[in-house]
Design a protein around this ligand. Structure first.
Ligand SMILES: NC(=O)c1ccc[n+]([C@@H]2O[C@H](COP(=O)([O-])OP(=O)(O)OC[C@H]3O[C@@H](n4cnc5c(N)ncnc54)[C@H](OP(=O)(O)O)[C@@H]3O)[C@@H](O)[C@H]2O)c1
Length: 213
C-alpha cells in the first residue's frame, strides 16, 4: 500500500510514520521548504503546499492520503494556510484519481450531527475568541473537506498526548458518544491507518478519544 502523508513533520507525524512503517506501507512525506525533517528510509518531497505540480507529484500513485496538517501555533497566519493547502491536496488527488483522504480535525469544526458536549464546546469558544486565525483555518479546512466528492474521513481529536497506544477508544459524534478529553498520538495514528484499510467512516467525522467507561 502507498500512502502520502501531509503534516507528518510534526509531533503526530512521528507516530504516523512509525505506524505506517510497522504496517509495511510505502510512505511519501511532504515536508515544507525549510523544514528540518529528515528520514533516510522514506521518500520525502519538499516544497510549498501551494505548489500544485509538486503536491500532485506527492499524491501520484497513492492509495490513500493522510493529513495531520493543522494550526498549533498561537501566531497562526491569517491567510488560511491549512485550508488552502487542503484545497490544493484535494485538487491534486482528483487530478491523479486518488480518492481516499483521511485528515485530523477537531471538535471545533462541528459536525451537523453533533449534540452538546461542554468538553468540546468550551475549548472551541476559547479558540474562536483567543486564536481567531486558527479558528477560521480549522473551520475553513473542514468546510473544504466536506465539500469534496472524494472519499474523505475527518478524525476529530481534542487534547493530544505523547502516550503509548491504548487501542481502547471512544468513537462517535460529540454529544452522543461518551468522550474523554484526551487521546494519545499513537492511538490517532493507529486509527487513521485503520481507516485507510476500511470504509467504516466514509464522509464522516467521528470524534475519537481514550476510552472512558
Ligand atoms: N496538539 C493538540 O492537542 C491538538 C488538539 C486538537 C487538534 N490538533 C490537531 O492535530 C494535528 C496534529 O497536531 P500536532 O500536535 O502533531 O501538531 P504539530 O506537531 O504542530 O504538527 C502540525 C503539522 O502541521 C503543519 N503546519 C502547521 N502550521 C502550518 C502552516 N501554517 N502551514 C503549513 N503547514 C503547517 C506542520 O508543519 P511544519 O512541521 O513544517 O511546521 C506540521 O507538519 C494538527 O492538525 C492539529 O491542529 C492538535
Amino acid at each position: 500500500m502507498n500512502i502520502t502523508l501531509f503534516g507528518a513533520t510534526g509531533k503526530t507525524g512521528r507516530y504516523l510514520i512509525d505506524e505506517g512503517q510497522r504496517r509495511g506501507v510505502n510512505l511519501t512525506v511532504f515536508a515544507r521548504s525549510g523544514s528540518s525533517f529528515q528520514q533516510a528510509d522514506i521518500r520525502i518531497i519538499r516544497g510549498d503546499l501551494t505548489d500544485r505540480a509538486l503536491v500532485r507529484e506527492a499524491v501520484r500513485g497513492a492509495d490513500t492520503v493522510l493529513s495531520a496538517l493543522g494550526p498549533t501555533s498561537p501566531s497562526h497566519p491569517r491567510n488560511l494556510p491549512i485550508t488552502r493547502a487542503t484545497e490544493t491536496i484535494l485538487t491534486a488527488m482528483t487530478e491523479e484519481h486518488v480518492t481516499r483522504f483521511i485528515a485530523i480535525s477537531t471538535g471545533t469544526a462541528a459536525d451537523p450531527g453533533d449534540g452538546f458536549d461542554w468538553k468540546i464546546k468550551a475549548p472551541a469558544q476559547l479558540i474562536r475568541l483567543f486564536m481567531p486565525s486558527s479558528y477560521r483555518d480549522i473551520i475553513g479546512m473542514a468546510k473544504t473537506v466536506r465539500a469534496s466528492p472524494l472519499e474523505w474521513t475527518m478524525v476529530r481529536v481534542a487534547l493530544l498526548k505523547d502516550l503509548p497506544a491504548s487501542h481502547r477508544l471512544n468513537v462517535g459524534l460529540y454529544g452522543h458518544t461518551r468522550h474523554s478529553l484526551g487521546i494519545s498520538r499513537a492511538d490517532v495514528a493507529s486509527f487513521m491507518f485503520d481507516q485507510a484499510e476500511n470504509r467504516a467512516f466514509i464522509r464522516q467525522a467521528p470524534g475519537i478519544s481514550t476510552f472512558a467507561s
